[in-house]
Design a protein around this ligand. Structure first.
Ligand SMILES: [Mg+2]
Ligand SMILES: [Zn+2]
Length: 204
């Protein structure tokens, strides 16, 4: 008999699961209104259209991964516990909206911080790619099939350094930093507009 057939997996070798593709999301200014060193859930405000947009991404098979610089911890403005309490509320609200994050990564460091243990030059503060790389390693994500949405040049730079396929910016009513728009693959008014664009692209 002729014809072609796919090679069988080697004995004892399980077929590899396809790496997951992720939507890496900056937090302040993308998911919620950036009020500057936000620390209390009472002050956390999801931007308009964000939760339905994240639900659509999740339903389309994108792993939602939040990557957020939180130098306010190193600066002593709020504590790791404050941050974790707020994050628990955010995760619950996202889950309730049908958009549970796979993971939330934060960088608590800043070289000029007041908390000695956190006043370091780390590999995770954006524009460095450490949070994205850690997420990929810990969750089997394919960076080359993923994209990042931010509101700062550092978000785009972290995405580039990590080898993420798309690096997008949202304005959300704010003016972008000089050079940020030119560095990004596209700029959108808000996350919902960005997600609309991503979801009309042919999936791989
Ligand atoms: Mg931001
Ligand atoms: Zn860090």
């Amino acid at each position: 008999m002729g014809g072609l057939s796919a090679p069988a997996p080697a004995p004892g070798e399980a077929p590899a699961a396809a790496p997951r593709r992720a939507a890496f999301l900056d937090r302040d200014g993308v998911i919620n209104r950036d009020t500057g060193y936000l620390q209390r859930w009472e002050d956390f405000e999801f931007l308009p259209g964000v939760l339905p947009a994240l639900q659509r991404l999740h339903a389309a098979g994108w792993a939602l991964v939040v990557v957020t610089n939180q130098s306010g911890i190193a600066r002593g403005y709020y504590t790791e516990a404050d941050y974790q309490a707020l994050t628990a509320r955010m995760r619950q609200a996202m889950a309730d909206a049908g958009a549970p994050p796979l993971a939330v990564y934060h960088c608590p460091h800043h070289p000029g911080g007041q908390v000695a243990a956190l006043a370091v030059a780390c590999d995770c503060r954006k524009p460095r790619p450490g949070m994205l790389q850690r997420a990929a390693a810990e969750h089997g994500l394919s960076l080359a099939d993923s994209f990042m949405v931010g509101d700062k040049l550092a978000d785009v730079q972290a995405a580039r350094a990590a080898g993420v396929a798309g690096a997008y910016l949202v304005r959300c009513g704010q003016a972008l930093e000089a050079g940020a728009a030119a560095a990004a693959d596209a700029v959108f008014d808000d996350l919902a507009a960005c997600v609309d664009q991503v979801l009309v692209r042919p999936s791989r």
